[in-house]
Design a protein around this ligand. Structure first.
Ligand code: GLC
Length: 674
């Protein structure tokens, strides 16, 4: 009896559903008003998602489609609707305590608030969910005074000069300190003021910072620099955390989390569910059904609108890193413990740890999937992504709540961490000794015991590298693929390998040695070269596709990016060599404010403001500020870096003891489960 009732119910459910879908389909064909209606689009979204709500709702949707005014306060299924009807939340991603965007506004969707959801169908802008219960908008005024207080206390750092690649400590440090103090403070004040001016609000709440706020830039030349970029916000977020301003970071984390599970499509194809957007914009649009009112919507770009349609692989990794830093700096672990946040972490991890065809533990990505978001020959396994991947895995492991359902994921994560660190430390590392080894490689070794595993032809060692590799120091190469080593020095990947402890202590120190030795190439007149050397001539033509923005020694192709100062500073403090960062900051201070905080500099020695560089670029401002704040309070950098993990070190020792060069096959037969 019960069974037949259920059957009947499910049949009627199905019938109403089919009728509704048929009506919608018919309306598409006739391009009627019905299709343009909100409910019809929701129905289609549901059809695609195979999620069937109650029959009653279907009836209501069908009627609502024809006559929306009949149900002004109708309950809405948990599918976000966006003004252009392009995104929906995947039904499977819904969980209790998550917040749902509907009509662009954040709605608390926790089960305990379910009645609220049904009571109100009108969009009300809300905070991401206040932990403190303080939902007023006093955020903006308070940090000014707090920050002024902190900035007022800042004094100069140890000043050093680099000449011809060597460090010279000035004898009279006090003289330099006092001048640094006067000058430095005004720069920091300005940086802090500009950072505050770059804050973007959503429904009155600070949610991020705009990429650039150049008053001279207008119209079409703004491109997407008026958006909040996930990667660009990281130094802003770190600056706010260091200043004790936690709310904007918390809001950013929770709002971007909402965007994670929206459906994103490019020409009918949807990338993985855990993908985080590259950027988002707060748009003001007319309110549905009410021409006289407007509402704000968060409009994410997952790469579908980006130049070159590049996937922002780094966004989710940075998001995890910032989340951990938020917990460490604020002491508020309630954000990372939330179920929706835990789900968000797992979705990113699942996407990154999914099985593929790969032979390597490194993450396989397309060109332009990170800070360098144009074609620069970094497809495959670029170092920057690997360092961020490693860092995100370590941070996630720290934050994931132990529960039965995550055991497999945590096991996969641990195995990947070990394999990844072994792979990078062993195969990406070059110094003079290793280069000489590669120079003498035998090729075409078919065997499990091959020394030259990736069949690298020694001719790949370019003449520049033979001259460039210093006696003391080394670095991780940019990319490794079969028969291909990209020997370019990529700064962010190397710096973040130090910060995340992907590099050994010895390697970390050697990278800093190399930076000192190659000061005039990597810092020169403005820190810090994004990669060295530039691609020139035919190489530039073939690899960049003759990209006029990436001409030699410009932009991503050997340009200098002041934002990298903050990563340099964390790395230097971690390795107890802050004087290197102090010297780089000293160089930047000479002109960065006068130059109006450019996005990047051009030419071999970074003498020119970049050809198409935005001015008042927020992450240049924030990167500088974070560097200054950390030098003043080096202990705070602990909240950003990852200490070397003893378990990983043990596992790696076992691998090294097994002598992988001679017994490679046996080594990889082992599985390390921690
Ligand atoms: C450029 C940079 C990218 C940055 C964006 C916004 O596209 O390559 O890394 O996120 O500008 O500043």
């Amino acid at each position: 009896m019960e069974h037949s009732m259920l059957l009947l119910l499910s049949r009627s459910h199905r019938m109403v559903y089919d009728i509704s879908v048929a009506a919608v389909t018919a309306s598409i064909l006739s391009n009627s008003r019905l299709f343009r209606s909100r409910s019809a689009r929701r129905l289609l979204a549901l059809r695609r998602g195979h999620s069937l709500p109650l029959p009653g709702l279907w009836i209501m949707y069908a009627v609502d489609s024809v006559c929306p005014s009949l149900f002004p306060n109708a309950p809405h299924v948990a599918i976000p609707y966006k003004a252009r009807g392009k995104y929906r939340r995947k039904s499977g991603a819904l969980s209790c305590s998550t917040s749902i965007m509907r009509n662009g506004c954040l709605r608390d969707y926790g089960f305990r608030n379910i009645s609220k959801r049904f009571l109100s169908s009108k969009c009300k802008c809300q905070r991401a969910e206040s932990t403190s219960g303080d939902a007023n908008n006093t955020w903006f005024t308070e940090p000014v005074s707090k920050a002024d207080h902190i900035l007022g206390e800042l004094n100069g750092q140890k000043v050093v000069n680099f000449e011809n690649g060597s460090v010279i400590m000035p004898n009279d440090v006090s003289v330099n300190q006092s001048s640094d103090k006067t000058r430095g403070n005004s720069f920091e004040d300005e940086a802090w003021r500009l950072l505050q001016e770059s804050v973007v609000y959503y429904c009155g709440t600070p949610v991020g910072t705009i990429a650039a706020k150049d008053p001279s830039d207008s119209g079409s030349s703004v491109l997407n620099y008026d958006q909040v970029f996930i990667r660009d916000f990281i130094p802003s977020g770190m600056a706010f955390l260091l200043m004790g301003e936690y709310e904007i970071v918390r809001n950013f984390i929770l709002h971007t989390l909402q965007l994670q599970s929206w459906e994103k499509t490019m020409d009918c194809h949807s990338p993985g569910q855990g993908l985080m957007p590259a950027s988002f914009k707060v748009r003001t649009v007319p309110l549905d059904g009410d021409d006289s009112a407007t509402e704000e919507v968060l409009d994410p770009d997952f790469g579908e609108a980006a130049i070159g349609r590049v996937a922002p692989v780094d966004s989710g990794l940075w998001w995890i890193i910032l989340l951990r830093a938020y917990g460490k700096c604020s002491g508020d672990l309630s954000v990372q413990e939330r179920i929706d946040v835990q789900t968000g972490i797992k979705m990113i991890l699942k996407l990154c740890l999914a099985d593929g065809f790969d032979m390597f533990p490194t993450l396989l990505v397309t060109d332009g999937s990170c800070m360098i978001d144009r074609r620069m020959g970094i497809h495959g396994h670029p170092l920057e992504i690997q360092a961020l991947f490693y860092s995100a895995l370590v941070c996630a492991r720290e934050m994931l709540a132990p529960e039965d359902g995550s055991a497999d994921l945590i096991r996969a994560l641990n195995n990947r961490l070990i394999a990844l660190s072994f792979h990078i430390r062993e195969y990406y590392w070059v110094d003079k000794r290793k280069l000489n080894e590669i120079y003498r490689y035998k090729t075409e070794e078919y065997s499990y015991d091959a020394v030259n595993k990736f069949n690298i032809y020694p001719d790949q060692i370019s003449p520049w590298l033979v001259e460039w590799i210093p006696e003391k120091g080394g670095y991780f190469i940019g990319n490794l693929q079969p028969a291909h080593m990209d020997f370019r020095f990529f700064s962010l990947g190397n710096l973040w390998s130090i910060v995340s402890s992907l590099a050994t202590t010895h390697q970390s120190l050697a990278i800093l040695d190399l930076i000192e030795a190659k000061w005039s190439d990597l810092v020169a007149d403005m820190p810090f070269k994004i990669c060295y050397p530039a691609l020139e001539g035919q190489e530039w033509q073939i690899i960049t596709g003759s990209d006029p923005k990436n001409t030699p020694w410009s932009y991503h192709n050997g340009g200098s990016w002041p934002t990298l100062l903050w990563q340099l500073t964390v790395a230097c403090i971690k390795m107890n060599r802050p004087e290197i960062a102090a010297a780089a900051i000293e160089v930047a201070e000479k002109r960065i404010a006068a130059d109006r905080w450019p996005e990047y500099y051009d030419a071999k020695r970074a003498r020119f403001i970049g050809k198409q560089a935005r001015l008042y670029q927020t992450w240049s401002i924030a990167g500088f500020l974070v560097a200054k704040l950390l030098l003043k309070n080096p202990d705070a950098a602990r909240n950003i870096w990852n200490d070397e993990d003893a378990e990983i070190v043990n596992a790696l020792n076992i691998i090294v003891d097994s002598n992988p060069r001679k017994r490679g096959r046996k080594v990889f037969k082992k599985t390390y489960i921690i």
